[in-house]
Design a binder for this molecule. Structure first.
Ligand code: ATP
Ligand code: MG
Length: 284
């Protein structure tokens, strides 16, 4: 992946469009399937409930998962922004949860054919959205494709999601190593998803941070964690954000605290799983 990063660095010039007036947070990961889309969606809803005006952007290639998680269908997508006449307000959708969103593309081909210049056009138009919202959350998809890098460079803050599994941590490390090759990368904040205990969160964050500090001289902001929670899968099946589906489940409790951590810049405090969460832990 590091070689790939060197190639990507040569491809991109490190400079990109940047938004000054809104907070832009890219949610990303090394390994796929670690919970980015769920986190991006539920954090967006949580931030909106905390008084922010949030735009969520599905910038994952070919997946268009945010629609699915909200049980919605739309014909408009981020790729329409490439068209000369399409303005950002033409592709912004209103959700049932207060947040605005821009859908991803459901076909891989369209996005894969997007050129560097196309992505620049898309980003320039997203900058226009900063008149309408104060927080923009971008689901970048996993790994180190040039699409991911383009959106990472676009954001001021990076929320790197991992689980405590060694493969997921190894890929998170590789991603941070690759970031190091780029200039202008924002601060990297770490979220560990699907932890079973506070100890698991602390151990994962510490281990990853010790490695990045030792070998890369990079400090990751240990932002917080989300508990392993069956209600997440249930909510996904019902096509409802888990924060809405069950606001008291362990994962929802964590998201609310994560929102506070994002807003206050503090490390997330210990979160109680609640009695249902404790029962889940005992009876699986
Ligand atoms: N905290 C959690 N507890 C239990 N299950 C979870 C949790 N977070 C995510 N999952 C499970 O992981 C699945 C994948 O989550 P999600 O689609 O958000 O991952 P992703 O990182 O966006 O994946 P991709 O890389 O494919 O885009 C969910 O459908 C859910 O079943
Ligand atoms: Mg996803």
């Amino acid at each position: 992946m590091a070689d790939q990063a060197t190639r990507l660095r040569n491809l991109l010039d490190g400079r990109t469009n940047r938004i000054e007036s809104a907070r832009v947070i890219a949610v990303t990961s090394g390994k796929g399937g670690v919970g980015k889309t769920n986190l991006a969606l539920n954090l967006s809803i949580g931030l909106q409930k905390a008084g922010k005006k949030v735009l969520l952007i599905d910038a994952d290639i070919g997946m268009a998962n945010i629609n699915l998680l909200m049980g919605r269908v739309t014909q408009r997508s981020i790729m329409d922004l490439v068209k000369y006449k399409t303005r950002v307000e033409d592709v912004i959708e209103e959700s049932n949860f207060g947040i605005k969103y821009i859908s991803g593309v459901a076909g891989v081909d369209k996005m894969l054919n997007a050129s560097h210049e196309d992505l620049r056009i898309i980003q320039r138009k997203i900058v226009d959205a900063s008149n309408m919202v104060d927080t923009i959350v971008i689901d970048t998809g996993a790994g180190l494709s040039r699409y991911v890098i383009e959106f990472i460079l676009f954001a001021r803050e990076i929320l790197l999601v991992t689980t405590s599994e060694p493969a997921s941590m190894a890929d998170a490390y590789t991603i941070v190593k690759a970031y190091n090759e780029f200039q202008g990368i924002g601060r990297v904040k770490l979220v560990v998803n699907r932890v079973r205990s506070l100890d698991e969160w602390n151990a994962t964050a510490d281990q990853l941070n010790q490695t990045t500090q030792k070998f890369l001289n990079v400090f990751l902001d240990p932002l917080g964690y989300v508990y392993e929670d069956k209600e997440v899968a249930t909510a996904v099946k019902k096509q409802e954000p888990f924060l809405i589906h069950n606001p008291n489940s362990p994962a929802s409790r964590c998201v609310r605290e994560l929102v506070k951590s994002i807003l206050n810049g503090t490390r997330m405090p210990p979160v109680s799983k609640g009695w249902r969460g404790v029962l889940q832990g005992i009876f699986g």
